[in-house]
Design a binder for this molecule. Structure first.
Ligand code: AMP
Ligand code: MN
Ligand code: MN
Length: 331
């Protein structure tokens, strides 16, 4: 992404990268957070930004509002140990920065920091962004939040060392679907980050290239339970599968690739992975081609996301979730 393609969301509190850098420069101390169950974009954005702030002498900490167990994305990217458990996150930070987070409730256990911090800055790329922070730098056409963080770092004059490069590369690679989206700008940034010390082969092996042996059988069970509904989504079709609570608890970090497997069989239709997070509580991942607009579908069901990748959380039986999803896709 560059200046010419950026489409910054306007509104009260809107800032450009230079404005975001000014907010950061004036902060006495910063708590940097991302959405719950952080993916590589949320974790990479937060870790890269906090690392750069620390290098510049500003006290900065990273935390995520759930789950308590550290996800692989965070463990792999947090080389300097700057991520603390939510319970240990500073209670009254001078500035709260929320990365890759479209709505207040996506901060989970840390959403109270929005009220306790002196001010807040959201850096995000969701079209479904809801203005919940004092300042926001939001570009719905940016392929990843890390591209916005990169621009803020440039405004701060921060150098890109290998720890920062790795964190940014992880988010860029993941959110662009391995450089499928984001065009030449994403690839140029990728090249810049590799030059700065990100090592794709080692990093991607750590992020997603290794799995426990037991996952083979667990994955086979999930995929064997997949169902295809050709008439759903106004004839575009729906392929869905379920990860039960037991498998979800044991293999949470591994399950993220499954929805891609479903999508590969969905033609021009929609893939949905229903993950049981507790009894009658579900986290649903949606993938498609952009039509229907899954951000719209997920937002109507209480979640959000992007046209081709979205999600929501909802309580009910499996069949109630499926019925709500079918209705949303038919609307
Ligand atoms: P996921 O399927 O969890 O990888 O999420 C795909 C996209 O949808 C990401 O951009 C998420 O940020 C977004 N998303 C997922 N779940 C939710 C939710 N409950 N509320 C808002 N956005 C969500
Ligand atoms: Mn994310
Ligand atoms: Mn993202």
């Amino acid at each position: 992404m560059n200046e010419t393609t950026a489409q910054l969301l306007p509104g009260p509190g809107a800032v450009d990268p230079a404005g975001a850098a000014a907010v950061l420069r004036h902060a006495r101390d910063v708590l940097v957070v991302g959405h719950v169950r952080p993916d590589a974009d949320a974790a990479g954005s937060a870790i890269a930004l906090a690392t750069a702030l620390r290098r510049a002498g500003t006290p900065a900490t990273v935390a995520f509002g759930g789950p308590d167990q550290v996800p692989d994305t965070v463990a792999v990217l947090d080389r300097d140990g700057i991520v603390v458990p939510a319970a240990e996150a500073p209670a009254d930070p001078d500035l709260l920065v929320c990365c890759d987070t479209s709505a207040r409730r996506r901060l989970g256990d840390l959403s109270d920091r929005l009220d306790r911090a002196r001010s807040s800055l959201a850096i995000d790329h969701h079209a479904s962004f809801t203005g919940f922070a004092t300042h926001h730098l939001v570009d719905p056409v940016a392929p990843a939040t890390v591209t916005l963080v990169r621009r803020v770092l440039a405004e701060l004059g921060a150098g890109i060392d290998p720890v920062i490069a790795r964190a940014l590369f992880a988010g860029l690679y993941t959110d662009t679907g391995g450089f499928r989206w984001g065009g030449a700008d994403a690839m140029r940034l990728g090249a810049e980050l590799v030059d700065a010390g990100a090592e794709p082969r080692e990093l991607l092996r750590e992020l997603s290239g290794t799995r426990p042996f037991g996952w083979l059988a667990a994955q086979a069970t999930v995929l064997a339970g997949a169902r295809s509904e050709p008439d759903a989504a106004c004839g575009a079709g729906l392929v869905w599968a379920v990860v039960d609570a037991c498998t979800a608890t044991r293999y949470r970090d591994e399950t993220v690739t499954i929805v891609g497997e479903l999508l590969a069989t969905a033609g021009d239709g929609v893939a949905a992975l229903l993950t049981e997070t507790a009894a009658d509580a579900w986290s649903v991942s949606l993938r498609g081609t952009g039509a229907p607009d899954l951000s719209r579908v997920a937002t109507a069901l209480g979640g959000g996301g992007h046209p081709a990748a979205a999600g929501f959380e909802r309580t009910g039986t499996r069949d109630e979730i499926l019925a709500a999803l079918r209705a949303g896709l038919a609307a």
